[in-house]
Design a protein around this ligand. Sequence first.
Ligand SMILES: Nc1nc2c(ncn2[C@@H]2O[C@H](COP(=O)(O)OP(=O)(O)OP(=O)(O)O)[C@@H](O)[C@H]2O)c(=O)[nH]1
Ligand SMILES: [Mg+2]
Length: 190
Amino acid sequence: MTTSKINCVIIGDKSVGKTTALMVYSQKEFPKNDIPMTCEKIDVDVSNDKTEAILSLFDYSGKEHLNELDSNDLNVDVFLIMFSTVDRDSFENIKTKWFQEIRKKDLQTPIVLIGTKIDLRNDPNYLQDHEIEPITKEEGTKLAKELGAIDYQEISSLSLENIDNLFRSSISSGLKRKIANSKKENCLIL
Ligand SMILES: Nc1nc2c(ncn2[C@@H]2O[C@H](COP(=O)(O)OP(=O)(O)OP(=O)(O)O)[C@@H](O)[C@H]2O)c(=O)[nH]1
Ligand SMILES: [Mg+2]
Protein backbone atom coordinates (compact mmCIF):
# COMPACT_ATOMS: atom_id res chain seq x y z
CA MET A 1 0.00 0.00 0.00
CA THR A 2 1.45 3.43 -0.91
CA THR A 3 1.11 6.27 1.57
CA SER A 4 -0.85 9.33 0.44
CA LYS A 5 0.24 12.71 1.70
CA ILE A 6 -2.56 15.23 2.08
CA ASN A 7 -1.43 18.84 2.30
CA CYS A 8 -3.89 20.98 4.19
CA VAL A 9 -3.38 24.74 4.65
CA ILE A 10 -5.17 26.61 7.45
CA ILE A 11 -5.77 30.35 7.11
CA GLY A 12 -8.02 33.04 8.57
CA ASP A 13 -7.85 36.21 10.68
CA LYS A 14 -5.65 36.65 13.72
CA SER A 15 -6.90 34.98 16.92
CA VAL A 16 -9.75 32.98 15.38
CA GLY A 17 -8.23 29.80 16.87
CA LYS A 18 -6.31 28.19 13.99
CA THR A 19 -3.26 27.06 15.96
CA THR A 20 -5.41 25.94 18.88
CA ALA A 21 -7.59 23.77 16.61
CA LEU A 22 -4.50 22.03 15.19
CA MET A 23 -3.02 21.48 18.63
CA VAL A 24 -6.31 20.12 19.94
CA TYR A 25 -6.70 17.78 16.96
CA SER A 26 -3.19 16.38 17.33
CA GLN A 27 -3.06 16.30 21.15
CA LYS A 28 -6.76 15.74 21.99
CA GLU A 29 -6.88 18.43 24.65
CA PHE A 30 -7.09 22.24 24.89
CA PRO A 31 -3.53 23.62 25.30
CA LYS A 32 -2.79 24.43 28.94
CA ASN A 33 0.24 26.61 28.27
CA ASP A 34 0.79 29.59 25.97
CA ILE A 35 -0.19 28.97 22.38
CA PRO A 36 2.57 29.69 19.84
CA MET A 37 1.71 32.05 16.97
CA THR A 38 1.89 29.13 14.58
CA CYS A 39 2.86 25.50 14.89
CA GLU A 40 4.02 25.78 11.24
CA LYS A 41 3.47 22.17 10.28
CA ILE A 42 2.08 19.10 12.00
CA ASP A 43 2.06 15.65 10.40
CA VAL A 44 -0.70 13.33 11.63
CA ASP A 45 -0.91 9.67 10.64
CA VAL A 46 -4.52 9.19 9.51
CA SER A 47 -4.21 5.68 8.09
CA ASN A 48 -7.07 3.22 8.37
CA ASP A 49 -7.74 -0.37 7.18
CA LYS A 50 -8.16 0.75 3.59
CA THR A 51 -5.79 3.70 3.16
CA GLU A 52 -2.38 4.71 4.44
CA ALA A 53 -2.25 8.48 4.69
CA ILE A 54 -0.39 11.32 6.36
CA LEU A 55 -2.24 14.59 6.92
CA SER A 56 0.22 17.52 6.80
CA LEU A 57 -1.31 20.58 8.43
CA PHE A 58 0.29 23.92 7.54
CA ASP A 59 -0.58 26.69 9.99
CA TYR A 60 -0.18 30.38 9.14
CA SER A 61 -0.52 33.47 11.29
CA GLY A 62 -3.50 35.72 10.53
CA LYS A 63 -1.01 38.50 9.92
CA GLU A 64 0.24 36.86 6.77
CA HIS A 65 -1.10 37.22 3.26
CA LEU A 66 -1.60 34.19 1.12
CA ASN A 67 0.29 36.05 -1.63
CA GLU A 68 3.37 35.68 0.49
CA LEU A 69 2.93 31.94 0.78
CA ASP A 70 4.36 29.50 -1.68
CA SER A 71 1.08 27.67 -2.16
CA ASN A 72 2.18 26.27 -5.54
CA ASP A 73 5.26 24.69 -4.03
CA LEU A 74 3.14 23.28 -1.23
CA ASN A 75 0.79 21.47 -3.60
CA VAL A 76 -2.25 22.18 -1.47
CA ASP A 77 -4.97 19.49 -1.48
CA VAL A 78 -7.47 21.30 0.74
CA PHE A 79 -7.73 24.78 2.30
CA LEU A 80 -9.40 25.29 5.68
CA ILE A 81 -10.53 28.92 6.11
CA MET A 82 -11.51 29.79 9.66
CA PHE A 83 -13.47 32.64 11.21
CA SER A 84 -14.63 33.10 14.79
CA THR A 85 -18.39 32.85 15.34
CA VAL A 86 -17.98 35.61 17.95
CA ASP A 87 -15.97 38.00 15.76
CA ARG A 88 -17.93 39.51 12.90
CA ASP A 89 -14.88 41.18 11.32
CA SER A 90 -13.24 37.79 10.93
CA PHE A 91 -16.42 36.56 9.18
CA GLU A 92 -16.52 39.57 6.80
CA ASN A 93 -12.83 39.06 5.96
CA ILE A 94 -13.51 35.57 4.61
CA LYS A 95 -15.23 37.04 1.59
CA THR A 96 -13.21 40.23 1.16
CA LYS A 97 -9.76 38.84 1.92
CA TRP A 98 -9.10 35.12 2.37
CA PHE A 99 -11.36 33.67 -0.30
CA GLN A 100 -10.11 36.15 -2.90
CA GLU A 101 -6.49 35.51 -2.01
CA ILE A 102 -6.95 31.80 -2.57
CA ARG A 103 -8.93 32.04 -5.78
CA LYS A 104 -6.62 34.68 -7.29
CA LYS A 105 -4.02 31.99 -7.84
CA ASP A 106 -5.90 28.73 -7.38
CA LEU A 107 -9.32 28.07 -8.90
CA GLN A 108 -9.64 24.38 -8.15
CA THR A 109 -8.47 23.35 -4.70
CA PRO A 110 -11.39 22.57 -2.37
CA ILE A 111 -12.14 24.94 0.49
CA VAL A 112 -13.76 24.03 3.81
CA LEU A 113 -15.24 27.00 5.70
CA ILE A 114 -15.09 26.75 9.50
CA GLY A 115 -16.76 28.75 12.28
CA THR A 116 -14.73 28.48 15.51
CA LYS A 117 -15.33 29.11 19.27
CA ILE A 118 -18.96 27.97 19.33
CA ASP A 119 -18.66 27.50 23.11
CA LEU A 120 -18.51 31.32 23.36
CA ARG A 121 -21.42 31.73 20.94
CA ASN A 122 -23.47 29.56 23.31
CA ASP A 123 -22.54 31.68 26.33
CA PRO A 124 -25.15 34.46 26.81
CA ASN A 125 -23.02 36.24 29.44
CA TYR A 126 -20.02 36.41 27.12
CA LEU A 127 -22.16 37.77 24.27
CA GLN A 128 -23.77 40.36 26.50
CA ASP A 129 -20.55 41.48 28.19
CA HIS A 130 -18.80 41.94 24.83
CA GLU A 131 -21.91 43.24 22.99
CA ILE A 132 -21.48 40.63 20.28
CA GLU A 133 -23.98 39.63 17.64
CA PRO A 134 -22.64 36.16 16.87
CA ILE A 135 -22.53 34.55 13.44
CA THR A 136 -25.28 31.95 13.18
CA LYS A 137 -25.05 28.52 11.59
CA GLU A 138 -27.41 29.76 8.86
CA GLU A 139 -25.08 32.67 8.02
CA GLY A 140 -22.06 30.36 7.85
CA THR A 141 -23.89 27.83 5.68
CA LYS A 142 -25.11 30.59 3.35
CA LEU A 143 -21.60 32.03 2.90
CA ALA A 144 -20.13 28.57 2.26
CA LYS A 145 -22.69 28.01 -0.51
CA GLU A 146 -22.09 31.45 -1.98
CA LEU A 147 -18.33 30.87 -2.16
CA GLY A 148 -18.63 27.32 -3.48
CA ALA A 149 -16.94 25.82 -0.41
CA ILE A 150 -17.33 22.07 -0.30
CA ASP A 151 -18.34 22.06 3.35
CA TYR A 152 -19.22 24.26 6.33
CA GLN A 153 -18.28 23.07 9.82
CA GLU A 154 -18.54 24.61 13.28
CA ILE A 155 -16.09 23.73 16.07
CA SER A 156 -15.07 24.48 19.62
CA SER A 157 -11.49 23.66 20.54
CA LEU A 158 -12.37 24.26 24.18
CA SER A 159 -15.13 21.64 24.36
CA LEU A 160 -13.56 19.60 21.49
CA GLU A 161 -16.95 19.72 19.75
CA ASN A 162 -16.80 18.54 16.12
CA ILE A 163 -12.97 18.70 15.93
CA ASP A 164 -12.50 15.09 14.78
CA ASN A 165 -15.38 15.34 12.35
CA LEU A 166 -13.90 18.47 10.76
CA PHE A 167 -10.54 16.86 10.11
CA ARG A 168 -12.14 13.60 8.91
CA SER A 169 -14.12 15.51 6.32
CA SER A 170 -11.04 17.53 5.32
CA ILE A 171 -9.01 14.35 4.85
CA SER A 172 -11.68 12.89 2.63
CA SER A 173 -11.87 16.09 0.50
CA GLY A 174 -8.07 16.27 0.25
CA LEU A 175 -7.82 12.61 -0.79
CA LYS A 176 -10.47 13.02 -3.49
CA ARG A 177 -8.57 16.01 -4.84
CA LYS A 178 -5.30 14.07 -4.80
CA ILE A 179 -6.81 11.15 -6.70
CA ALA A 180 -8.38 13.50 -9.28
CA ASN A 181 -5.03 15.24 -9.77
CA SER A 182 -3.06 12.03 -10.16
CA LYS A 183 -5.56 10.82 -12.80
CA LYS A 184 -5.02 14.07 -14.68
CA GLU A 185 -1.23 13.69 -14.51
CA ASN A 186 -1.43 10.12 -15.78
CA CYS A 187 -3.57 11.26 -18.70
CA LEU A 188 -0.96 13.86 -19.61
CA ILE A 189 1.80 11.24 -19.62
CA LEU A 190 -0.26 9.00 -21.91
N1 LIG B 1 -13.26 29.87 24.26
C1 LIG B 1 -12.49 29.46 23.25
N2 LIG B 1 -11.29 30.05 23.05
C2 LIG B 1 -10.53 29.62 22.04
C3 LIG B 1 -10.96 28.57 21.17
N3 LIG B 1 -9.99 28.36 20.25
C4 LIG B 1 -9.01 29.23 20.54
N4 LIG B 1 -9.32 29.99 21.59
C5 LIG B 1 -8.51 31.08 22.18
O1 LIG B 1 -8.36 32.10 21.18
C6 LIG B 1 -7.08 32.70 21.28
C7 LIG B 1 -6.40 32.68 19.91
O2 LIG B 1 -6.13 31.36 19.52
P1 LIG B 1 -4.99 30.99 18.45
O3 LIG B 1 -5.10 29.52 18.20
O4 LIG B 1 -3.67 31.50 18.88
O5 LIG B 1 -5.48 31.81 17.17
P2 LIG B 1 -4.80 31.88 15.74
O6 LIG B 1 -5.90 31.89 14.74
O7 LIG B 1 -3.78 30.81 15.58
O8 LIG B 1 -4.13 33.34 15.76
P3 LIG B 1 -2.85 33.89 14.94
O9 LIG B 1 -1.76 32.87 15.01
O10 LIG B 1 -2.49 35.17 15.62
O11 LIG B 1 -3.30 34.12 13.52
C8 LIG B 1 -6.32 31.93 22.35
O12 LIG B 1 -6.40 32.67 23.56
C9 LIG B 1 -7.10 30.63 22.50
O13 LIG B 1 -7.03 30.10 23.81
C10 LIG B 1 -12.24 27.97 21.41
O14 LIG B 1 -12.71 27.06 20.73
N5 LIG B 1 -12.96 28.47 22.46
MG1 LIG C 1 -1.76 30.89 15.21
